[in-house]
Design a protein around this ligand. Structure first.
Ligand SMILES: [Zn+2]
Length: 300
């Protein structure tokens, strides 16, 4: 891997996990990332976040891709699969380990719960060395500094987090031998040269962790923008609902999504074809019009 990469041109992405159908909440994230890329004459990529095979629902990846195609999304490169990049995650873990930041953690969930304050890992195993050969089960954690990490979110504005107090040493490689989301996506964004990450608000609190990993690995930090999370009127995140309805891809739904994202699109019947809608959206798209809210209620 090269380091100190500079991000010159706009490259955005949408990265669903294949754990169900494309629902309305993920359509919002797909649309916001797509329209922002196209409004900047940028490229837009599709990534399937399938690192956690336990959560993968068979066929859902194909369903998501079909829904996106039917809705008129066009990605510029072949689909990127996390499951094909295990060697890259391994290499990044090697670099972090060489930097002396990684330690094995043998604690059970129960032990941590008994000792942790606010669910923050209290560093019990911090001084433990990584064994050369061991049949023992352990996770690998990264030591975080006493450091404030902040960034200017393109939608939500200033965001700041003190990693040691608010997150604690976090897991990079799980006990069941799976790389964690945090490490995987930092490597993914780097390998794909992603310059802008537009995604749901549920991920804003993991952004400082990702920035910390980027700093340790010598990767450039993309710009981030977090759109409001779609919730049901009883405050349930759509993606957490097992029965979250598969999104329809007709013009009425696309227009509704664009309006929720604050964009001044026309009525569905004023667009003759789906392409007319997209063309218009790219022309008028303004990220600044996306509501600066954590969540937004969807009757869907
Ligand atoms: Zn531990």
């Amino acid at each position: 891997m090269h380091t100190n990469q500079t991000l010159k041109s706009y490259r955005g992405r949408f990265a669903p996990s294949p754990s169900g159908e494309l629902h309305f909440g993920s359509l919002l994230a797909a649309m916001a990332s797509y329209a922002d890329a196209r409004a900047h004459q940028g490229q837009w990529l599709l990534r399937i976040d399938d690192i956690d095979q336990v959560r993968v629902v068979p066929d859902s990846e194909q369903h998501i891709i079909n829904s996106l195609e039917q809705a008129g999304f066009e990605w510029d490169e072949p689909v990127y699969y996390q499951s094909q990049h295990i060697a890259d995650y391994q290499q990044a873990l090697g670099n972090l380990t060489a930097g002396g930041l990684i330690y094995p953690c043998y604690c059970s969930r129960k032990q941590i719960k008994a000792l942790a304050r606010d669910n923050i890992y209290p560093g019990i195993c911090r001084e433990t060395a990584i064994p050369d050969e061991s049949a023992d089960e352990y996770a690998l954690r990264i030591r975080v500094p006493e450091q404030n990490l902040s960034f200017n979110d393109l939608i939500q504005g200033h965001y700041c987090q003190q990693l040691d107090k608010e997150v604690g040493d976090f897991i990079i490689f799980r006990r069941d031998k799976v790389f964690t989301y945090q490490l995987a996506i930092v490597v993914d964004e780097y390998l794909a040269g992603i310059s802008h990450v537009i995604r749901g608000h549920d991920l804003i609190s993991s952004t400082p962790r990702q920035m910390f990993l980027q700093q340790q690995l010598g990767f450039a930090t993309p710009r981030y923008g977090h759109i409001p999370l779609a919730v049901t009127p009883d405050n349930l995140k759509l993606s957490k609902l097992s029965h979250a309805k598969k999104v329809t891809t007709d013009l009425t739904t696309l227009v509704l999504a664009a309006r929720i994202l604050g964009q001044a699109v026309l009525k569905a019947e004023d667009y003759q074809h789906q392409q007319d809608f997209w063309k218009h959206l790219f022309q008028i798209w303004q990220l600044k019009q996306v509501p600066k809210m954590e969540k937004i209620e969807i009757m869907y």
